[in-house]
Design a protein around this ligand. Sequence first.
Ligand SMILES: [Zn+2]
Ligand SMILES: [Zn+2]
Length: 105
Amino acid sequence: MEFCPNCGKMLMPKKGMIKCGCGYEKSLTDDDIEKQYHMEGETKPQSKVIVTDNKNVALPTTRITCYKCGGTKGYWWTVQTRSADEAPTNFIRCAKCGNTWRSSN
Ligand SMILES: [Zn+2]
Ligand SMILES: [Zn+2]
């Protein structure tokens, strides 16, 4: 909110200009306009977006026998297919060579 320096009236900005009945004129800078908007509008705090990288998620380990390298330590996780009728699929990844396959359960 601005007040006229000549007569003290409250000034309402229009189209980037301030005009007072007494003849006082002022063109608003972008900075002035921004201040005006911030006063009138509610500023919502920007919600932080948390980005997770699946590669860094610690997966549970299990004892396996990798058919490629013979490794015995593997990670497993479950993927629910889009169809709710189908049972979720378990995947196994060899910790040694990265070989990934579906678990037969
Ligand atoms: Zn005035
Ligand atoms: Zn392996």
